[in-house]
Design a protein around this ligand. Structure first.
Ligand SMILES: [Zn+2]
Length: 268
């Protein structure tokens, strides 16, 4: 079984000094390729540096480069130029994460929208896929995306946690959907159980969002309480159950989907 984790926050300080062990455990679990998430200009530089440092083969670790809505208030006149330079690096495979977060509102909403639109324009210019973050903001995200969608090669709403209406609107725009261990959370994720069966093959990808979102169904629980890419197998188990697919079948089609989306090499 080969899995691709499309969202790992490998630059998180809690992973410092632990990268090699984390990658070894991921490989043992079948998680052979990962997208390291960039969430700010500096964080995206660090994500790229980690990929280059930890994977000389240029086969396993790739990154995104973008500015998260939480960080949108730092977007300035020079940000597009800096981000473009990062996006032109071959190991960087998507613009993001970028988007809207009206749940925590760490940046004012107008600034979130401005930073998002600037990044969508870059994705159009460079013809790169987009890694989107959305929380409690699906209506505004859809309204903004409608102006760009025809000119974007592809876009994924990562860590989808929304309701049926938002999911179907995203699928109508021919977006991809990323599912995390949120679906393993009996307190707030069970609404996703019937919804994941509605995501067509070729539009569904899986992600750990590690070190966040440790799957609550995971047994035994790790002492650290920290999520890591190796635990993507638990997300696979839960999603396969609710789609009525075998684990092998789900792994095969989500991996093929992620490989095509991010243009990753085949691993033999
Ligand atoms: Zn996110």
């Amino acid at each position: 079984m080969q899995l691709i984790d499309i969202g790992v926050n490998l630059t998180n300080p809690s992973f410092a000094e632990k990268h090699l062990a984390i990658l070894e455990r991921a490989e043992a679990a079948g998680v052979l390729q990962m997208m390291v998430t960039g969430t700010s200009l500096q964080g995206s530089e660090e994500a790229l540096a980690l990929c280059l440092q930890l994977d000389e083969s240029a086969q396993r670790l790739f990154s995104t480069a973008g500015v998260h809505p939480h960080d949108a208030s730092h977007w300035n006149a020079d940000s597009s130029r800096q981000l473009r330079a990062l996006l032109e690096q071959p190991r960087v495979r998507a613009v993001g994460e970028c988007g809207l977060d009206f749940n925590r509102d760490f940046s004012p909403r107008p600034l979130q929208e401005k930073a998002l639109e600037a990044q969508l324009a870059l994705a159009v210019e460079l013809q790169m896929p987009v890694f989107l973050h959305e929380r409690d903001a699906s209506e505004r995200l859809l309204a903004i995306l409608k102006d760009y969608r025809d000119h974007l090669p592809a876009a994924v709403v990562h860590c989808f946690t929304g309701e049926r209406e938002a999911l179907f609107s995203y699928l109508d725009l021919d977006l991809h959907i990323g599912i995390t261990g949120w679906i393993c959370d009996e307190r707030r994720g069970t609404h996703l159980h019937p919804l994941v069966a509605s995501i067509p093959r070729g539009r569904l990808m899986l992600e750990s969002d590690a070190p966040y979102l440790l799957p609550r169904t995971l047994r035994p629980k790790p002492k650290s309480g920290r999520n890591e890419p190796a635990f993507l197998t638990e997300v696979v188990r839960e999603v396969a159950l609710h789609r009525g697919e075998s684990i092998e079948d789900l792994a095969a089609h989500t991996t093929a989907c992620a490989r095509a989306f991010f243009n990753l090499p085949a691993i033999v």
